[in-house]
Structures are given as C-alpha cells and as structure tokens.
Design a protein around this ligand. Structure first.
Ligand code: 4AD
Ligand code: MG
Length: 477
C-alpha cells in the first residue's frame, strides 16, 4: 500500500524519465539527397546508401552516369556506376545504391557507386514523364497517380506540407486548441444546399435499422446526414469553453463548378475566438497570420518556392504594407466608377463576382479586406451591424489572381435574432443552446487552404495544389 501511494505521488514526468527506450536498430541508414547535397564537406571515406528514381541516363564506354532524385529536394544527385548497366536502369526506374562521395569536375557532389540494385524498372514508352521537357499542367493532371514523380508537383507538395505546419505553429503559438470537427453532420452550415448526402450503401442495413417515422434512406442516423461544408458551428460549440479553437479539416461542396478556384473536396482552416466582438480584431489577427506564415515559408521553403515561381511573376511587396479594409459599399462605388473595365456589371444584391474581386485587388494593388456586406446575401450566423441593421459584421479577404481567400464574421449571439434567422431550427436546437447557457460573442473565419497555396505559388488551377483533386466528373484516382 505504501509503495502504491509513493508511485501515485510521482509526477508523470518522473515516470517518463524511468522509461528506457531501446535503441532503434536499422540495417542501413539511408542518406536523403536533401541532406547530402547540402553538406559542405565531402569526405570520400564516408559510405552512403541512397534510394531514388532515375531521372536521366548517360552511358559512356566504361561507366554509366545516372541522375537520381529521391523526392526530398528538386536537385538530382549524379551517381557514377563503373560498368555498363542493363537497359532496365531507365528513366523512371527505382534503384538503391551504395557508394562514396566525390566531386564532379564542376565541383558538384556525386556518388561513386560500389553497389547498385534495381528495385523496379519503368515501362517505356508508356511512362508519361520520360522526357525532360516541361509538361503543361493539364498534361501532368492526366496522371494524377504518378504526379509525385513530376518535380514541380513534388515541390508543391513539400510547400503544402510546410504551409500546413506553419499554420498549425501559428495557432499553437497564439494559444489555440486544435479541434477535429466532424465530417459527418446533419447541418448545412452555409445553408446554400451544396451538401453531399452521406448514407450507407447497403439496402439491407438501411432496412434493418429502420425506425417508425424515419424515411428508410435516413435510417442510419434517423435523419439526413451530409459531408460537412464547414466545421464552424461545431467550432463555436468548442470555443465557448475553450476560448480559442481552430480546425484544419476537409470540407465538401456539391457545386457544378469547374472553375480553377473550386474543388468538391478542399481543406479549410477555420478559427473561432470567444469574447472577440470587434471585426477589426479579427482582421488584425488574420493579417498577422497570413503575413507571418508567408514570411516563414519564404524562408523555410525558399528552394521549392523559387523553383516553382520566378520573382517577376510574384509580388510580395504586400508583406511590408498595411492591408487595406474597404466596406462593401465602397467596393461597389469603385466597381461602378470602373464599369468599362469589368466584364460583368455589379448587382449590389448579388455580392461580388470573381471578376469584381480580382478587379478590387488590382485597384488596391494587393490583398484587401471587404467588410460589412448586406445581411440578405450572407448566412444566418453573422452579427447584425449595430448602426445599420441591413448590414452584417463580416468580411471577405481578397487576394490577387484568386479572389476570395478568407470569409469571416462576428457571430450573432442574440438568441431572439438567431431564432428568427435560423433556417432549420429543429436540427440546430443545440446551436441555440449555445446562446442560452453562458454564451459570449465569438468571431471566426474560414480560409481555403488550396487557394492560399495558389496565391503563394501563382498556380492557375486549384487542382494542381492538392494531391488528389475532386471536381465534377472526376473522382477516379
Ligand atoms: O466563405 P465560406 O463558404 O465560409 C464558410 O464556410 C464559413 N462557415 C467559414 C467560417 O467562418 N468558419 O468558405 C471559406 C473559404 C472561402 O473563402 C474559400 O477560400 C474556401 O473556403 N472555399 C473553397 N475552396 C475551394 N473550393 C471550394 N469549392 C470552396 N468553397 C469555399
Ligand atoms: Mg465566403
């Protein structure tokens, strides 16, 4: 008993110290090309073992030069094999090699191979990326399952990884708690009817689970269920207790849109902050987020970003400027004054079309916030403006070449107003409860992650910044 009490009094960190971690035994340590090519001191005594795919083959009389890429960086490593290799070592084949480091006459690092294994040859001439020529994005997109071997796409995926980590780091440093909001949900947060229905495929199961008064196709959850269009309402629930929360989940929208800025499945970064009542506090936080994360990426992913973009294509001067906020009313005035430069005329009751958004970013020469849209064109959860009840306290953050990147608002926390505006009260009784039990005003936003990457990397089509894009008529791979 005494012993047991002693153990209980020990802290978890004491316990963790006692855990003996067995050494990890690896047969061979693989050197990653990113580290190898960055190393300054070339020691010919050091043996290295590498994995990778062949990107180029040059056969000489007695030796063969292979360029290898292992997906860790854009640069290839030249390896020198001291004999003639079989033609199975072709472009696209996967190999493993051991050797000593050396330098080429041009001073670049190369590997003098002592052992080489062919893991798998590559079928020619079918392999789509045999030639070194630049491929058009639409060509590369025909081979979604092989795209990771296309260098610009691999670089995009590495930047995507770094970007999602930078956003997580930003929220962690700001004291936010990451919440996994549900993918299956019975609410259509935006009430725009763009939901995908989710139900079991098995007719037997549906029959088995059927209850009185529930349509058979809804019998799994006793109600219609969808793939989420936004985690916002669940975030609001978590926020009123955890203070600052965010989610970085997929969102699904059933639109018949083949536009270069829309996907049926995309990743949305959403945040919600309790006790935040001023729209300008929210826009200031997001300005810090976008600038902070972008600066970090320009530093940490500089190799990949400069490989993918040329400096004359992208203007990062906005990082040093204050981001302007204009009202929706001011935006309309600007657009009307420039009617001759815009294809589609503005209709104040319809909000901003893509070409209006793009024009506004050109007009202010960078990203901008457009605030206080009319209540009638925005969802039920946005707070009615105190001074002008026809408006809501919301904003869209617009960026060049992409248009709307972030949408956010102060949330309506008056129960009576929400009860009046809520489209499907019976399904969202729980949401109204949030306003009944110690509610506070909250503010929040949602950012399309792929649109951020499009803007950062100047990518024309959103399908080229997500590994497996889903858009109308395309869900094969
Ligand atoms: O403006 P949206 O629809 O806002 C919401 O869903 C809010 N409930 C978010 C919140 O406040 N928590 O979507 C937010 C962002 C848009 O600004 C856009 O960048 C992106 O999500 N987005 C899409 N991205 C790719 N494909 C689509 N079909 C998108 N629809 C919206
Ligand atoms: Mg929006």
């Amino acid at each position: 008993m005494f012993q047991y009490l002693k153990i209980c009094r020990r802290t978890f960190s004491d316990l963790a110290k006692d855990v003996v971690t067995p050494p990890i035994v690896r047969q061979r340590t693989t050197t990653r090309l990113k580290d190898l090519l960055a190393s300054k001191n070339v020691s010919p005594d050091e043996k290295h073992f590498i994995n990778g795919w062949v990107t180029k083959v040059r056969k000489m009389k007695t030796v063969t030069f292979l360029n290898i890429n292992d997906g860790t960086c854009n640069e290839d490593l030249q390896i020198v094999v001291g004999n003639k290799l079989s033609s199975d070592f072709n472009v696209g084949s996967s190999i493993q090699a051991t050797g000593n480091l050396g330098t080429t006459p041009r001073g670049q690092i190369e590997l003098q191979v002592t052992d080489i294994d062919l893991v798998n040859t590559c079928k020619h001439p079918e392999y789509p990326f045999i030639t070194k020529q630049q491929h058009l994005p639409q060509y590369v997109r025909e081979f979604i399952h092989l795209r990771s071997r296309h260098k610009p796409f691999a670089a995009t995926m590495r930047v995507r990884h770094a970007a999602q980590k930078a956003f997580h780091d930003f929220f962690d440093a700001e004291g936010f708690v990451n919440i996994h909001t549900p993918i299956l949900t019975s609410n259509d947060c935006e009430n725009s009817g763009e939901v995908f229905l989710a139900r079991p495929e098995s007719a037997d199961l549906l029959k088995q689970m059927k209850r009185d008064g529930v349509p058979e196709e809804a019998s799994y959850f006793d109600k219609k269920t969808f793939l989420t269009v936004s985690g916002q309402l669940h975030l609001e629930a978590m926020c009123l207790g955890l203070d600052k929360v965010y989610t970085f989940n997929p969102a699904f929208r059933a639109e018949n849109s083949k536009s270069p800025h829309h996907l049926a499945e995309f990743y949305m970064l959403e945040g919600e902050i309790a006790f935040m009542e001023r729209l300008e506090d929210l826009t200031a936080l997001l300005d810090d987020m976008i600038k902070g994360v972008t600066r970090k990426l320009l530093d940490s992913s500089s190799n990949d970003i400069s490989y993918l973009t040329s400096s004359d294509q992208i203007d990062f001067s906005w990082l040093e400027k204050e981001t302007p906020t204009i009202t929706y009313h001011e935006a309309l005035k600007i657009l009307e004054a420039n009617r001759d430069k815009i294809d589609i005329p503005v209709n104040p009751k319809e909000g901003l079309a893509k070409n209006h958004e793009l024009f506004l970013t050109k007009y202010v020469n960078g990203p901008c916030f457009v605030a206080h849209f009319p209540k009638d064109i925005k969802p039920f959860y946005m707070r009615q403006n105190h001074e002008d009840p026809t408006l809501v306290d919301c904003f869209d953050f617009l960026v060049p070449e992409v248009g709307e990147l972030i949408g956010g608002s102060v949330r309506e926390h008056k129960l009576e107003l929400l009860e009046k505006n809520l489209p499907n009260k019976e399904d969202l009784e729980w949401y109204l409860d949030l306003r009944r039990y110690g509610s506070a005003c909250t503010s929040g936003f949602g950012m399309g992650f792929e649109r951020y990457l499009q803007w950062l990397l100047n990518v024309k089509n959103i399908r080229d910044v997500i590994p497996f894009p889903r858009w109308p008529h395309h869900c094969d791979t």
